[in-house]
Ligand binder design. Structure first.
Ligand code: SAM
Ligand code: SF4
Length: 496
């Protein structure tokens, strides 16, 4: 099958039409513009009331979110930064979940103007990993100490749903010995891949993917059409309902995102909120996470450097803050696209997940010809530090790295996890699993320096756990003491 034929055959119109309401999308551009236009100049008191609703872990309305986006007073923004950090603490405590991205291929039938992988970029050296290479990459990622991956695919017949499913099976099968002698493996695989039809999505569900992530890029249709000239991705609606189809295929753990820099950032935040609200309305659960990649320079892409909507660092912090306040119980992902200093700042206003030791060249973890690499990656990385350095920096800030993957293996996904998050209870389970997996990391992979800082943090965490009523009431204190001892003695993968 040629790329062109495949491109034409992939979209199933009936799997778009069934989600339209009276022929319309859930994104109503006029309504978003109206809300952004009218919710201006709210009093400090009004804004504080909205902040308080968020502090009580309520999802904010469209109007409330627009009001926050339009705040001008820097002193109020300072209050919002502090509130966002507090919301994060209440729902997710001081944990940060780590993952590593793995790029399986850079062949792509689409022509996204901002991406180095786009079909018409003749400078890009194309490669799809075979399954032996995929396994080698997985081994190298395990060697860093990771337990979670997001596997990323271009859209191409050579990396179709069957390839994706097989690559996931292969990665789950890899085991690698740590320097401590303990065997480790990737325990959760999330994917970032093109929109698919329900029958293909079922194949991915069957092999046990964690989260299925699709970014809308921009919710503004005219901009969307302008930057996606050809290929299946040029169909705005096929992408807009990708995660609705995933839900219908049984994948109840989905993730959304927008590529900031294509259109007005305030509009995109509203778009992400409308998307969240629509998933909640139809399926009872919103997205597990929201991503907000900022467009970074990509090979051969003028747009990636000269778009008039590029978001500066200040506005970036503001948009993440509003998202944190607006959707208190949704995970927020900041990636290594950002430079170390900024990432540290942004984590403070409420991110729950990040990546480290990130390599986005195809085959880069396990070592490919370095000279070729330059034109084998999608964009540029801002913070290339190894996992150990980032873990240590966070531990110094009092934040514990979690490699927890218990949630989905204990059935805490979908509606169940959302209810726990809304009641601020999920964070309490995660705190236990964070300590157990951090202990594993310190023993299996950490440098001496990181181990020292990490142990102090674990001590503090264990004291908190011992004193918390929640754990006593749920009879978890003794279980945790037992598990912690067993992990310290070398048992692996115990979770609560
Ligand atoms: N091909 C699939 C797709 O487009 O959905 C998945 C992989 S694509 C490599 C993953 C994401 O990378 C895109 O959704 C986009 O948001 C992001 N991306 C593309 N070009 C970028 C750039 N220049 N800077 C930052 N992120 C970019
Ligand atoms: Fe292909 Fe995704 Fe890049 Fe677009 S963003 S060119 S679909 S890999």
């Amino acid at each position: 099958q040629t790329a062109k034929n495949w491109s034409e055959s992939v979209i199933k119109q009936d799997e778009i039409d069934k989600y339209l309401i009276n022929g319309k999308d859930f994104i109503d551009e006029n309504e978003i513009n109206e809300k952004l236009k009218t919710n201006v100049n709210h009093s400090k008191e009004d804004i504080r009331k909205i902040i308080n609703r968020s502090l009580n872990i309520n999802r904010l309305s469209f109007d409330e979110t627009a009001a926050l986006l339009n705040v001008k007073d820097e002193a109020i923004w300072e209050e919002m930064y502090a509130a966002a950090a507090e919301v994060k603490r209440r729902v997710y405590d001081n944990r940060i979940v780590f993952f590593a991205p793995l790029y399986c291929g850079n062949l792509c039938v689409n022509n996204c103007k901002y991406c180095g992988f786009r079909n018409e970029n003749k400078d890009e050296v194309r490669k799809v990993l075979n399954f032996d290479e995929v396994k080698k990459e997985a081994e190298a990622v395990i060697d860093e100490g990771h337990k979670r991956m997001i596997v990323v695919y271009g859209e191409h017949p050579k990396t179709d749903a069957n390839y994706i499913a097989e690559s996931i099976k292969q990665i789950y099968s890899v085991e690698k010995k740590a320097k401590s002698g303990k065997m480790n493996r990737i325990r959760r695989i999330n994917i970032n891949a093109a929109p698919m039809c329900v029958s293909d999505l079922k194949k991915l569900h069957e092999v046990g993917i964690g989260t299925y992530q699709v970014f809308q890029e921009t919710y503004h249709k005219a901009t969307y059409n302008d930057v996606h000239e050809s290929g299946p991705k040029s169909d705005y609606r096929w992408r807009l309902y990708a995660l609705h189809r995933a839900m219908d295929a049984g994948i109840d753990d989905v993730a959304i995102g927008a590529l900031f820099g294509l259109y007005d950032w305030k509009y995109e935040v509203m778009g992400l909120l409308y998307h969240t609200a629509d998933l909640e309305k139809r399926y009872g659960i919103g997205p597990h996470t929201i991503s907000f990649p900022r467009m970074t320079p990509a090979s051969g892409s003028d747009l990636s450097t000269n778009s008039k909507y590029l978001v500066n660092d200040e506005d970036f912090k503001k948009l993440v803050t509003v998202l944190r306040l607006s959707v208190p119980y949704t995970g927020l992902i900041i990636t290594a696209r950002e430079k170390a200093e900024l990432r540290k700042e942004i984590i403070k206003v409420g991110c729950t997940q990040t990546d480290a030791s990130t390599k986005i060249g195809i085959g880069e973890y396990s070592g490919v010809d370095k000279a070729e690499l330059e034109n084998k990656q999608q964009f540029t990385i801002g913070d290339p530090r190894p996992l150990d350095d980032v873990v240590r920096e966070l531990a110094e800030m009092g934040k514990i790295t979690s490699f927890c993957t218990a949630g989905y293996r204990c059935g805490r996904t979908g509606e169940k996890i959302m209810t726990l998050l809304e009641k601020t209870e999920e964070g309490k389970f995660c705190k236990l699993n964070a300590v157990l997996t951090f202990r594993e990391y310190l023993d299996d992979y950490a440098s001496e320096e990181t181990r020292k800082v990490g142990e102090k943090l674990i001590e503090k965490e264990l004291k908190e756990i011992e004193n918390m009523k929640f754990y006593k009431a749920h009879k978890l204190t003794d279980l945790m003491t037992d598990y912690y001892e067993r992990v310290s003695n070398g048992e692996r993968d115990l979770f609560i």
